[in-house]
Write a protein that binds this ligand. Structure first.
Ligand code: NAD
Ligand code: UGA
Length: 439
């Protein structure tokens, strides 16, 4: 058991809640501060604003032990904290740069609350940000500690990270933050203790490297479609080289989510401003944007033009499985693109994100995958929810008008689909261009 500390976490989103839950599980007291009153009220009532495995249970345990406080009052959260973690959003601004206004607001709040504790920036920020903000807020002691968790496994990732990166200008603050991670370090997790610029750049370099891999394998999938190669075999054959590895080589509809798109853009902007442009990231970003923009026309090219109106069912709306997050979701691009082309769309997602109404009001939401397939000419799997690979394609074939199944994640069993008399089109398979596997 480590020394029990009083910690404050600013920002109750994915990173803030996972950070708070992690330190609560490690036995510390945590005050969670957010400017969003309904979010804080909900958390007090035991309602988490995000769907993440294990989060509700961890917060409930802390509530029972009386070790967690949810508040909108900066003084209540910050005045007695030993360490403050800042986990506010750094979204893409109009110009594409990271919008640091929420971070600056949070630092102003910490300054006004007279916090003498180290302020640990977990938000993703361009290299040089902490040094610049340190000059702007000389009364604060800033440390950079980027976060690498993934949505859908946020708490598990935060509790068992691959590595912990701590960037500090001063060893005292750096060591204090490091001591909080001692239980993980004892289990063998490596600590990268460095300066703040390096810590900040590690985060962008990691995210953009992964984004480049996804964009790359998607272009290789296009080459497969054009040449008759099979992307699943190609990705496997490439990934078995230990110098390359198999992670992030799954071809699909393009990368999305709240981080890859904004972080690729932010690094492109920041590197240009530094006079050291990262053009390979720029290329990945362009490639991904084009891919996502082409999804609707690719699907429409498979529809019978004589049907009016043409109807498509969309399975999965979140940007990947395991999350209810629709931010920068390729599925939303597809839905909007189909609607623009005059296609009627019925969509289903296991977590049914209510936001679809504001993102694509003309789309209809179905309560089940079968309902989304009723009367449609084509059914498209866009998000790799495991239950889609278990669907009964016999039932689906009976309820559809057409026979086209598009699998943008290559998760369906081609034999099961063909046995139901349906034509399957998958990413990076030659049948996409050649007209599909005939029933
Ligand atoms: P989020 O949008 O889910 O949550 C941000 C929270 O901060 C919101 O609840 C908002 O109300 C609150 N907030 C904004 N300004 C505030 C202020 N001044 N004081 C108190 N609260 C404030 O964001 P997120 O997804 O948790 O991301 C946070 C940061 O972490 C971003 O920089 C992101 O790039 C990075 N990151 C995110 C993930 C992820 O998977 N989502 C993973 C690693 C890193
Ligand atoms: C990503 C990183 O994986 C985290 O390490 C990082 O902390 C986080 O961004 C962040 O900075 O916010 P996340 O956005 O939750 O996490 O999602 P990923 O699992 O990385 O997937 C990102 C996108 O790439 C998704 O659209 C996913 O469908 C796509 N992807 C991923 C593929 O198309 N193929 C793959 O092989 C892997």
């Amino acid at each position: 058991m480590t020394d029990q500390r009083s910690l404050a976490v600013v920002g109750a989103g994915y990173v803030g809640l996972a950070t708070a839950a992690t330190f609560l599980e490690l036995g510390h007291h945590v005050a969670l501060l957010d400017v969003d009153q309904p979010r804080i009220s909900g958390l007090r009532d035991g309602v988490s604003p995000i769907d993440e495995p294990g989060l509700d249970a961890a917060l409930a345990r802390a509530r029972e032990r009386d070790t967690v406080l949810f508040t909108t009052d900066p003084n209540e959260a910050l005045s007695s904290a030993d360490v403050v973690f800042v986990c506010v959003g750094t979204p893409r601004s109009e110009s594409g740069e990271a919008d640091l206004s929420y971070l600056e607001a949070a630092l102003t709040t910490a300054s006004e609350a007279g916090s003498g504790a180290p302020i640990v920036v977990k938000s993703t920020v361009p290299p040089g940000t902490s040094s610049r903000l340190q000059k702007q807020f000389p009364e604060l002691r800033l440390v950079s500690n980027p976060e690498f968790l993934r949505q859908g496994s946020a708490l598990a990732d935060a509790l068992a990270p691959d590595r912990i990166v701590i960037g500090a200008a001063n060893a005292v603050e750096g060591n204090l933050v490091r001591s909080l991670y001692a239980p993980m370090e004892e289990l063998g997790v490596e600590i990268v203790a460095t300066d703040t610029e390096s810590a900040e750049l590690i985060k962008y370099a990691a995210n953009t490297m992964l984004a480049i891999r996804v964009a790359f394998i998607n272009e290789i999938a296009d080459v497969c479609e054009a040449s008759g190669a099979d992307i699943d075999d190609v990705a496997r054959g490439v990934g078995l080289d230990p110098r390359i590895g198999s992670a992030f080589l799954q071809a699909g509809p393009g990368f999305g989510g709240s981080c890859f798109p904004k972080d690729t853009r932010a690094l492109v902007e920041a590197s240009r401003q530094l006079g050291a442009p990262v053009t390979v990231v720029e290329a990945a970003e362009t490639s991904n944007r084009r891919r996502r923009a082409s999804l609707a026309t690719r699907v429409v090219s498979l529809l019978d033009p004589s049907e009016s109106p043409r109807k498509v069912g969309v399975l999965g709306l979140s940007f990947k499985s395991g999350t209810d997050d629709l931010r920068e979701s390729p599925a939303v691009d597809l839905v909007r693109g189909l609607l623009e082309l005059g296609v009627e769309v019925t969509a289903f997602d296991p977590l049914l994100p209510a936001q679809l109404e504001s993102l694509a009001p003309e789309a209809m939401l179905a309560a089940t995958a079968l309902e989304a397939s009723r009367g449609v000419d084509a059914l498209v799997v866009v998000t790799e929810w495991p239950e889609f690979s278990q669907l009964d394609f016999g039932d689906i074939a009976e309820t559809m008008r057409g026979t086209t199944i598009v699998d943008l994640r290559n998760v369906l069993d081609s034999d099961a689909v063909s046995a139901a008399g349906l034509s399957l089109f998958q990413v990076g398979k030659s049948n996409w261009r050649l007209g599909g596997v005939s029933p």
